[in-house]
Design a protein. Structure first.
Length: 133
């Protein structure tokens, strides 16, 4: 028997946007890759990762909806290395594939789901990860 939420893992599934954000994906948003895992626990436990094509409007929306703080230096490098291994232990090949120094790293100070954003400094694409455990 499952808890309140059906467990599963969905990679590059169009439904991942709705699973995480609870709404339909805006037409101007290009999701290059996505990953969503949900446990069978009675409470809602999940982790997710998205790779978005560069989109200033979407990126600014994440900054407005969260309270991100820039992470720099050794802490930023450690954050990239840690986020390459999601809570589930899975590590999709597309997740943060470049050297850690190629990303601008942001972490949310007030989010309950440990939101992180990694902006590719070469092309502006960005990754968003989070979990609620």
């Amino acid at each position: 028997m499952f808890g309140c939420h059906y467990p599963g893992t969905w990679e590059d599934d169009p439904g991942n946007w709705k699973r995480v954000y609870g709404s339909s994906k805006p037409d101007d948003v290009v999701v290059l890759h996505s990953y969503y895992w949900r446990s069978s626990h009675w409470s809602l436990e999940f982790c997710y990762a998205f790779q978005f094509q560069a989109n200033e409007k979407l990126r600014e929306g994440f900054f407005k909806a969260n309270t991100p703080k820039r992470v720099e230096g050794k802490s930023a490098r450690a954050e990239v290395e840690n986020r390459r291994r999601l809570f589930t232990g899975d590590s999709p090949a597309w997740l943060l594939p470049k050297d850690a120094d190629r990303y601008e790293v942001w972490e949310d100070q007030g989010s309950g789901d440990s939101f992180r954003m990694f902006i590719d400094t070469d092309n502006g694409d960005f990754f968003v990860t989070g979990e609620q455990i």
